[in-house]
Write a new protein. Structure first.
Length: 467
């Protein structure tokens, strides 16, 4: 059978739903109808909103907290990601080093502490999120990746990580792919989780502390109301002294946020469970999270039942920046993902995919979250994780609570926290700029990493596009 037909066949039975959500979900919370009062209203029921609600109660158990989720808890990025729960607050140490060289040691320290606190929270509330402390290997698959990756070994060690450089033999001994030339294994910076179980577990813990969660309740408008705020929903409203916005790539209730964010779609395939022989053919006993080192990169990992999740590479921006259900699938990207999967693991040529899905990422031009307040600090937001938010959302939520409480902390003292990224230009220029950047990134990957004039200009300005 020609190779392209084999790739197509591997996709034939893939269900168009996120694997993590393809299991009975907890019973839906009520929909808000009428008016509720609280001290804090959180808008958005992904990790950012859930951590905000949970930690608000932990900080002050007497505070009443209401959370409004437009659909279901964890139905967006938080229930459909790769489950790489990474300590980096800056979308990787290289990005952090280049943007905040004077602060990176502190950013890494706080990032590692944040990751440890996530692990401790899961244990405190008995949340079973299939957590595995495997670390992550960044894999070089082209000679030009080797230098980029190996030069990160020293900074990682300097900033408290247990990291090791693996040459081609050592790496291929761990995970059997003919494409591997070497890799950087950061053993401390990443734990793997089941994303949906994490979201549902956080929601359950928040409920137990008294948070009222409303689902299928989109917030439509923010209004000042006396000394507080009113969040309007379709059939009522929630009134509170403070509001935390946790809406990620979706349109913000604050218009100003749209200048800084482009929703970018990332797509994922999940294989069927591997047989014992297939599992043995790839090694991978350490079950590390893996990612390749190109600009357009894949991330991949094993699930608890020994499937391979294979995502990334394409980062798709749809003109106009809408986030809509019809964008959740993209045939061309699924074919690219399948082709690259079999290139990486040719020994798995008879494996089929059981699930395919996509999700929206909140890309900003500095690839790291940023914060802001409005209405005299009655409202705070955090957004811009750019595809590395599984762990950083807890930090983002903590900063929002600091800002709403007018508290100066070691978090709010960070330059990263007090500064904003450069905005993207408005449409239609935005679409042109994003597509030119995407084409240039693909060309750089095909050209031994050499960056064209456009990318060099963006680099000089500290601007970029990533997933
Ligand atoms: C395919 C994919 C793979 C990824 N892989 C990884 C990974 O391996 N590691 C990693 O660190 N990060 C990864 N990410 C990114 C990570 O998932 C996100 O950064 C993180 O989940 C963001 O959480 P959040 O709560 O801010 O956003 P979301 O999970 O998107 O939650 C926002 C919620 O707000 C709700 N909402 C929006 N507007 C309103 C409104 N007006 N009223 C009420 N509710 C509203 C939405 O319905 C949604 O549930 C990935 C993302 C995708 C899409």
């Amino acid at each position: 059978m020609p190779i392209a037909d084999r790739h197509l066949r591997s996709l034939a039975d893939a269900e168009p739903v996120p694997f993590w959500l393809d299991t009975p979900a907890p019973e839906a919370g009520p929909t808000l109808a009428g008016t509720v009062e609280a001290d804090l209203v959180v808008v958005g029921g992904g990790y950012t909103g859930l951590w905000t609600a949970l930690m608000a109660k932990e900080r002050d158990p007497s505070r009443s907290v209401v959370l409004l989720e437009a659909h279901r808890i964890g139905s967006a990025a938080s229930g459909r990601n790769g489950g790489f729960c990474s300590s980096s607050l800056t979308h990787g140490i290289a990005n952090g080093l280049s943007r905040w060289p004077d602060e990176i040691a502190e950013l890494e320290r706080q990032g590692l502490a944040n990751l440890e606190e996530i692990v401790a929270t899961l244990s405190r509330y008995g949340i079973d999120a299939d957590l595995e402390r495997t670390g992550e290997i960044n894999v070089a698959t082209a000679p030009w990746h080797l230098g980029n990756e190996s030069q990160m070994l020293d900074p990682l060690r300097r900033f408290g990580h247990d990291a090791e450089w693996l040459d081609a033999d050592a790496l291929q001994g761990l995970v059997h792919s003919p494409t591997y030339l070497g890799g950087l294994w950061n053993k401390t910076g990443t734990v793997l989780v089941n994303p949906a179980k994490l979201a549902w577990g956080l929601a359950e813990a928040a409920r137990r502390l008294g948070v009222q969660i409303y689902e299928d309740t989109p917030a439509v408008r923010l209004e000042k109301d006396g000394a507080g705020m009113r969040v309007r929903v379709e059939f009522g409203s929630a009134r509170a002294g403070a509001v935390a916005l946790a809406t990620n790539a979706f349109p913000s209730l604050l218009r100003r946020v749209k200048h800084f964010i482009v929703p970018v779609w990332d797509y994922v395939l999940m294989t069927e469970p591997l047989s014992a022989a297939q599992r043995a053919s790839i090694g991978w006993e350490g079950r590390q999270g893996l990612a390749d080192a190109a600009n357009q990169f894949h991330y991949y990992r094993l699930s608890a039942d020994n499937r391979i999740l294979w995502g990334g590479y394409d980062a798709i921006y749809y003109a106009g920046g809408r986030v809509a259900a019809e964008q959740e699938h993209r045939a061309g990207t699924y074919m690219t993902l399948a082709k690259n999967f079999f290139h990486t693991f040719p020994q798995l040529e008879d494996v089929g995919f059981s699930h395919r899905w996509g999700g929206a990422i909140d890309t900003c031009s500095r690839f790291s979250p940023f914060w802001g307040t409005a209405y005299d600090r009655r409202v705070a937001y955090v957004v811009g994780y750019t595809g590395l938010g599984v762990a950083a959302t807890r930090f983002g939520a903590n900063v929002m609570l600091d800002l709403l409480g007018n508290q100066r902390t070691q978090r709010t003292a960070l330059k990263m926290v007090s500064s904003k990224p450069l905005p993207f230009p408005p449409e239609p220029v935005r679409t042109g700029v994003v597509q030119l950047t995407r084409r240039s990134i693909a060309a750089a990957d095909a050209n031994d990493g050499r960056r064209n004039l456009w990318l060099q200009t963006l680099d000089r300005l500290g601007l970029g596009f990533d997933s």
